[in-house]
Design a binder for this molecule. Structure first.
Ligand SMILES: NC(=O)c1ccc[n+]([C@@H]2O[C@H](COP(=O)([O-])OP(=O)(O)OC[C@H]3O[C@@H](n4cnc5c(N)ncnc54)[C@H](O)[C@@H]3O)[C@@H](O)[C@H]2O)c1
Length: 354
């Protein structure tokens, strides 16, 4: 499978390190609106070509496009790549609205190409060990869950952070995909969302290089509290914020009839996974699955997708999951009470066959 990358920004070296080390794929070219940036990445990773996005899509020997552009461009770049006959793996979120997500699912079906969406951290040893523990009955039947992502935004470290405050950014669409994809992998689809969304700061000042001093206008809610009702009947409390300096909330905690399961940070591949069982009153760390990555492995989702294409099966991160997660997140960010119209079959845990 020959891969062309579109988007040569901050996350691209992380993917390129992983994928250029794989024997299952070969990364042949990279494109960006900023051609100089694409050329520099091509040199850094010894890729054979740096091209404009249109020229990359016109290459007949490229099978799969890895879309690493900013969220506002995800849908248009993915759709153009699908219509050019390529399979597509998109960074999250799949698009910036539920309608974009649904349109992409239809487009992939129409052109008979695979479309998958990040995050692939959900395929790592941490979340997969938690799924195994839940399915194995370690904490009994699920009752409820709490998930929290709170920080003070990305303008302190990202070289070009404005997109985090435009539609498709904000804590909900930027970080929510990690949490809600993990939740769907654990518990299946969401059927209803209730939330209140607010924006604390109208402007943010960049402190990271090279844009230190730039002022960003905030165009999305940055502090959101809500409840998700899962189709299996479990309720989940959610807090997602770019307005909080410090906190002590868990990333993702699952409450069951026989105990509590601590799921590790869904933005990472490893642990710890801990359980506290009824009557024991002590947290025990569970051994992580040894067959899955514990450390940075962004790109493993592309490999999973390539295997799904080869084995002619549904991919674990297919766009149906990404579009469902996007509909849930868009509802959470909008506020109010929303019945979710899409649904999804829980992706198969790693190592199990259809
Ligand atoms: N930076 C991270 O640590 C990180 C981590 C995980 C996921 N992501 C996700 O990866 C994606 C990219 O993030 P980033 O940090 O690399 O952003 P970035 O701004 O550093 O890079 C994005 C690149 O995309 C290019 N681009 C924008 N629109 C384009 C278009 N229509 N066609 C071709 N190129 C286009 C830009 O010129 C830029 O070089 C985002 O969806 C982000 O949420 C980033």
């Amino acid at each position: 499978m020959r891969i062309g990358v579109i988007g040569a920004g901050a996350i691209s070296p992380v993917y390129l390190r992983y994928l250029t080390g794989s024997t299952e794929v070969s990364v042949v070219a990279i494109a960006d609106l900023n051609l100089e940036r694409a050329r520099a990445r091509a040199r850094e990773f010894s890729l054979s070509a740096a091209l404009s996005p249109d020229a990359l899509l016109a290459q007949p020997d490229i099978d799969l496009i890895l879309n690493l552009t900013v969220p506002a461009a995800h849908a248009s770049v993915s759709e153009a790549a699908l219509r050019a006959g390529k399979h597509v793996y998109s960074e999250k979120p799949l698009g910036v609205s539920a309608a974009e997500g649904a349109r992409l699912v239809s487009c992939a079906a129409e052109v008979r190409r695979h479309l998958a969406c990040a995050p692939d951290t959900v395929l790592g040893s941490g979340v997969q060990t938690a799924i195994q523990a839940l399915d194995g009955g370690v904490v009994g039947r699920p009752v409820g869950a709490t998930l929290a992502f709170l920080n003070h935004g990305h303008e302190h470290w990202h070289p070009d952070p404005a997109f985090y405050y435009l539609p498709g950014g904000g804590p909900v669409l930027d970080m929510g995909p990690y949490y809600v994809t993990a939740l769907v992998a654990l518990l299946g689809p969401v059927k209803r969302v209730v939330s209140v969304a607010s924006q604390t700061f109208a402007r943010r000042t960049v402190t990271s290089s090279p844009r230190a001093g730039d002022v960003i206008s905030v165009r999305v809610p940055t502090h959101v509290a809500g409840i998700l009702e899962m189709a299996v009947g479990v309720t989940v409390q959610v807090t997602m914020s770019f307005d909080v300096w410090c906190h002590t909330l868990p990333h993702l905690e699952l409450y069951g009839t026989e105990g509590t399961l601590e799921v590790p940070d869904p933005n990472t591949f490893g642990g710890p996974v801990r359980a506290c069982r009824a009557g024991e009153d002590i947290w025990r760390e569970l051994p992580l699955r040894p067959d899955l990555p514990h450390d940075q492995a962004r790109g493993i989702g592309v490999i999973e997708m390539v295997r799904a294409i080869r084995e002619n099966r549904r991919g674990r991160l297919d766009a149906v999951v990404g579009a469902h997660v996007l509909e849930v997140l868009a509802a959470l960010e909008r506020g109010g009470d929303t019945v979710i119209t899409s649904t999804v079959v829980r992706p198969l845990p790693m190592g199990t066959n259809p």
